[in-house]
Design a protein around this ligand. Structure first.
Ligand SMILES: Nc1nc2c(ncn2[C@@H]2O[C@H](COP(=O)(O)OP(=O)(O)OP(=O)(O)O)[C@@H](O)[C@H]2O)c(=O)[nH]1
Ligand SMILES: [Mg+2]
Length: 371
C-alpha cells in the first residue's frame, strides 16, 4: 500500500514536501509524473487525470528505501491539496499532515523522528544542515537507530554518548549565538563582515561607529551560527551609545561564545558571560611582532588580509562543540523532545526496568493515518 503525506506545514516555505512511501510507489509515480528516472533526483511535470500539468516538481529517491520518494511541489496550499488528491485518486492512502513544528496535529508513530527531521528542512540554515536532517530521518540516522532499539535495547553507554552529541544536534536547528565585543575601533564590524561574507555592518575609522546590534544568521564551515556585532566598549555620556552597550551586554550574558577583540599590546578585559570566550588579537597586519602565540582561546587575526581567519573559525566550532569531533552522518538527536526521551531512557537502563515500554511508547505516540 502506498501512503502519501505532506511533510511541510502550510505557509512554512515556498515549497512543499510530499512523501510517497510503500510498495507500489514507483508504479504510482509512473502515472503521476510526465517522466520517471533511475537517477536519485529528477525533474518532471506532475499531471492530472487528463494529462494536464498541475505543477513541476523535483522527485528525490529516498536513500533508505527503494519505494520511498520525496516530491517537492510549489508552496501554494491549493497545489498541495491537488497533488495529494491526485495521489489518492491513483490509489495512495493519505496520511495526516505532520505538524511537529507548526502547532498541534497527529504524529505518525513509528516515523515520528523522520517527520521531525523532514519538517525542519524548510528552516535549514545551510546545505550541511539539510544533509544532516536527511541522514537523521533515514535508517542510518537517529530515526533508524531508535527504531532498532525495539528489537535490541541500547547500552547505557550508547544513550549517554547520544546525550552528549545532542548539544551539537540541537545547535543544527537552534543555532548558537556568538557575540563580538571589544573597545571601539578594535575591528569588530570588519571581522563580523568577513565572517558572514557580506558588507553588513558599517565600518569607519571613527570610534563609536556601531551602536545598534547587528545580527546575522550565518554559517561557519557549514555549521549554523547567529553572529552579533555591537557597540565598542568605552566610557561614554552619549545616551544612544550607552543604550547600545547595554543591549550588547544583554546579548553577551546569554551568548554561547564571546569573541573579545583586543588591539596590539592590550589585554583582554573579560566580560560577564558564563560562556566560553576567545581573545582575538585583531588588526594583526598592523603589528610588528609575531606575538602572541596562538592557542584555541587566543588568536591573531587580520580581518583585512584574512590571516588567522581559518584558525578562528576552527576555534569557534571547537569551543561550541565542546572539543568533540562530530560526524553529522552518524545518528544524532536534534530536538529537546529527543533529549527528554534519552534522559528517561537512561534512568530506565540504570534501574534496569521499563526501557522497552518507554521506547515503544515513544515510537507509538498517537499517530494514525486516515483514508
Ligand atoms: N589594517 C587593518 N585595519 C582594520 C582591520 N580591522 C579593522 N580595521 C580598520 O579599523 C577601523 C575600525 O574598524 P571597525 O571594524 O569599524 O571597528 P569596530 O570595532 O567595529 O569599531 P566601533 O564600531 O567603533 O566599535 C576601520 O578603519 C577599519 O578599516 C584589520 O584587520 N586590519
Ligand atoms: Mg563597529
Amino acid at each position: 500500500m502506498v501512503s502519501v503525506e505532506a511533510v511541510t506545514g502550510f505557509g512554512a516555505a515556498a515549497l512543499h514536501g510530499v512523501f510517497l512511501n510503500g510498495q507500489g510507489s514507483w508504479e504510482l509515480l509512473e502515472q503521476l509524473l510526465s517522466r520517471t528516472s533511475l537517477q536519485d533526483c529528477w525533474h518532471a511535470d506532475l499531471l492530472d487525470e487528463h494529462g494536464e500539468v498541475i505543477d513541476d516538481v523535483v522527485c528525490l529517491r529516498w536513500t533508505s528505501s527503494e519505494e520511498a520518494f520525496l516530491l517537492t511541489t510549489h508552496g501554494n496550499r491549493l497545489i498541495l491539496d491537488r497533488v495529494l488528491d491526485r495521489c489518492v485518486a491513483l490509489g495512495a492512502r493519505s496520511c495526516s499532515e505532520k505538524t511537529t513544528i507548526f502547532g498541534t496535529g497527529t504524529q505518525d508513530s513509528v516515523n515520528r523522528i523522520r517527520h521531525q527531521a523532514l519538517s525542519e528542512l524548510p528552516n535549514a540554515a545551510s546545505e550541511d544542515v539539510c544533509a544532516f536532517l536527511l541522514v537523521q530521518s533515514s535508517g542510518s540516522g537517529f530515526a533508524g537507530e531508535v527504531a532498532q532499539w525495539q528489537q535490541e535495547l541500547p547500552s547505557l553507554d550508547r544513550v549517554e554518548e547520544l546525550l552528549v552529541d545532542a548539544s551539537i544536534g540541537l545547535q543544527m536547528i537552534d543555532p548558537p549565538t556568538v557575540v563580538l565585543t571589544g573597545v571601539t575601533n578594535a575591528g569588530k564590524s570588519t571581522l563580523f563582515n568577513r565572517l558572514i561574507g557580506e558588507d553588513r555592518s558599517i565600518v569607519t575609522p571613527i570610534e563609536g561607529t556601531t551602536r545598534d546590534l547587528v545580527r546575522a544568521y550565518t554559517q561557519i564551515l557549514g555549521w549554523p551560527v547567529i553572529l552579533i556585532d555591537g557597540a565598542g566598549t568605552r566610557e561614554t555620556d552619549d545616551p544612544v551609545e550607552s543604550e547600545g552597550l547595554r543591549r550588547l551586554g544583554e546579548e553577551i550574558s546569554r551568548a554561547d561564545l564571546v569573541l573579545e577583540l583586543v588591539l596590539p599590546g592590550k589585554e583582554a578585559v573579560g566580560n560577564n558571560s558564563s560562556a566560553g570566550s576567545i581573545t582575538v588579537h585583531s588588526r594583526c597586519d598592523e603589528w610588528e611582532t609575531d606575538q602572541p602565540v596562538m592557542t584555541i582561546n587566543s588568536i591573531r587575526v587580520s580581518a583585512v588580509t584574512g590571516e588567522g581567519i581559518p584558525q578562528l573559525e576552527t576555534a569557534i566550532l571547537d569551543l561550541l562543540h565542546g572539543g568533540r569531533k562530530f560526524d553529522p552522518n552518524q545518528p544524532c538527536p536534534f530536538n529537546a523532545e529527543h533529549v527528554i526521551f534519552l534522559e528517561q531512557l537512561r534512568s530506565c537502563l540504570i534501574r534496569e526496568s521499563g526501557a522497552a515500554d518507554l521506547i515503544s511508547g515513544y515510537l507509538e505516540g498517537a499517530g494514525e493515518c486516515h483514508h
